[in-house]
Ligand binder design. Structure first.
Ligand code: ATP
Ligand code: MG
Length: 436
């Protein structure tokens, strides 16, 4: 008898592998909660119509990636390929959009019949967040900054933000016509896929990964030139907010996203370390989706991140080595420093629950303690000697950056560390794997 195997592109999580998942999921949950997003859960199976009416008939997902079948009653059902449509269905069905803005998140498996490869599975997992009922750019900024904080907490550094605005739906339609006109004139330069998309989903041609298409795409009319004034203003406010909060981004006028329901803001977080499957998170604004699914017009903006890709990235060595690595190593030279240091460490643990602070014990010279601090892989050394004790100060020395050492008052230390390590993940949450 042939050995039974999992469905192609669908993975098992084995003993020992679940702890990385737990760590990631718990971290995401904590950050989302800190922004007051509330979790909802909904079935992985929905009526097919939900997805064909929202994601769009011309998209890859609806055209060729959905797992759709008829049940015993002949009803067409689909394993959810993404979460936003289901999320809107939940809010509409339970009348949750009548009581003002809603900040929601969800997680779980999604299903797409794609060609399996690294970072591209047929069952994969997303965490998504959606904010409904707010049309101003402050909420777009919040959604993006929430992502930035997640990368920071996970220790992911080499990821960049690409940003674009699609304008209003009307502007998008107008641009679509311009683009079709241009691409039709240059039809001989299009690959087979793009010729097909010219009819079904021309904007998606801009997103083509085929190098042979680069020239014709490069010379295409720019989307940003045809967006409406209000959307341009919305986009300007968003950029200003990101600038003011030190979130860097690149404007990519060819970023269009694969789903039909987006307008105005679209964005992707991309890393170069995962090859072609480098987008770890994608999202944008969808002001018409709720109405399209039968609700009262309600703006929305959100994102979904792919957990397998994030785990791949974390395991590729760029991310924080793990929850048992100290963030801060306390260097204490001399008896007075030792006594002061123990007290200070306890105060910091009170104020910053979960901050991983390793206190040097057993004395020794500055030199030998620094060696140990370095080896611990901590990000910062806190240095206390007789002089600091006398002045009620402490020296902070970044161990993983070239920025110099500096001195601050012990009274300000907790605030300073909260800034340096803005979200000290509570290690207790991660102890033990698979216990849920
Ligand atoms: P791609 O261009 O890589 O196909 P997408 O535009 O189809 O991505 P979205 O529908 O926006 O992706 O989904 C959001 C995120 O979910 C992606 O950025 C990615 O991290 C993850 N994701 C999407 N499809 C898959 C898949 N088949 N396997 C693993 N992760 C996926
Ligand atoms: Mg895709």
């Amino acid at each position: 008898m042939e050995k039974l195997q999992a469905v192609r592109g669908m993975h098992d999580t084995l003993p020992g592998e679940a702890s990385a998942w737990n760590l990631l999921e718990q971290t995401l949950q904590s950050v989302l909660q800190s922004y007051c997003y509330r979790e909802i859960r909904f079935p992985i199976l929905e009526k097919t119509e939900l997805f064909s009416r929202s994601i769009g008939a011309g998209t890859d997902i609806v055209n060729k990636e959905m797992y759709t079948f008829q049940d015993r009653n002949g009803e067409f059902l689909t394993l959810r390929p993404e979460g936003t449509a289901g999320c809107v269905r939940v809010l509409l069905q339970h009348g949750l959009l009548h009581s003002g803005p809603q900040r929601i998140w969800y997680q779980g498996p999604m299903f797409r019949h794609e060609r399996p490869q690294k970072g591209r599975l047929r069952q994969f997992h997303q965490v998504g967040a959606e904010a409904f009922g707010i049309d101003s750019a402050d909420i777009d900024a919040e959604i993006i900054m929430l992502c930035a904080r997640i990368w920071h907490v996970l220790g992911i550094t080499d990821v960049r933000l690409e940003l674009n605005s699609l304008g209003s739906y009307a502007a998008r339609r107008k641009y679509r016509n311009l683009l079709v006109e241009y691409l039709s004139e240059n039809r001989e330069q299009l690959d087979e896929d793009s010729v097909k998309r010219l009819e079904t989903n021309p904007l998606r041609i801009l997103d083509s990964k085929n190098p042979a298409m680069r020239a014709v795409i490069g010379a295409a009319p720019s989307l940003l030139d045809s967006i409406d004034e209000e959307s341009a203003e919305h986009f300007a406010v968003l950029r200003e907010l990101l600038d003011a909060n030190a979130v860097s981004y690149e404007i990519n006028p060819r970023l269009v996203r694969g789903l039909d329901y987006y307008n105005r803001t679209v964005f992707e977080w991309i890393t170069d370390r995962l090859g072609a499957q480098g987008t770890i998170c994608a999202g944008g604004r969808y002001d018409d989706l709720v109405a399209q699914l039968g609700g009262r017009a309600t703006p929305g903006v959100g994102f979904a991140m792919g957990l397998e890709r994030i785990l791949d990235l974390m395991q590729s060595g760029t991310a924080e080595p793990g929850s048992d690595t100290p963030r801060v190593y306390q260097v204490l030279v001399g008896d007075a420093a030792m006594k002061n240091g123990i007290k200070l460490a306890e105060q910091l643990r009170d104020k910053l629950p979960g901050l991983r602070l390793l206190m040097h014990c057993g004395g020794g010279s500055f030199k030998s303690q620094f060696k140990k601090a370095d080896k611990s892989r901590a990000d910062y050394a806190l240095i206390l000697g007789d002089e600091e004790v006398a002045k009620n100060t402490v020296q902070i020395k970044p161990l993983r950056a070239d920025t110099g050492q500096y001195e601050i008052s012990q009274d300000e230390l907790a605030d300073e560390l909260a800034r340096l390590v803005p979200f000290p993940v509570n290690i207790d949450m991660f102890s033990g794997s698979g216990s849920g």
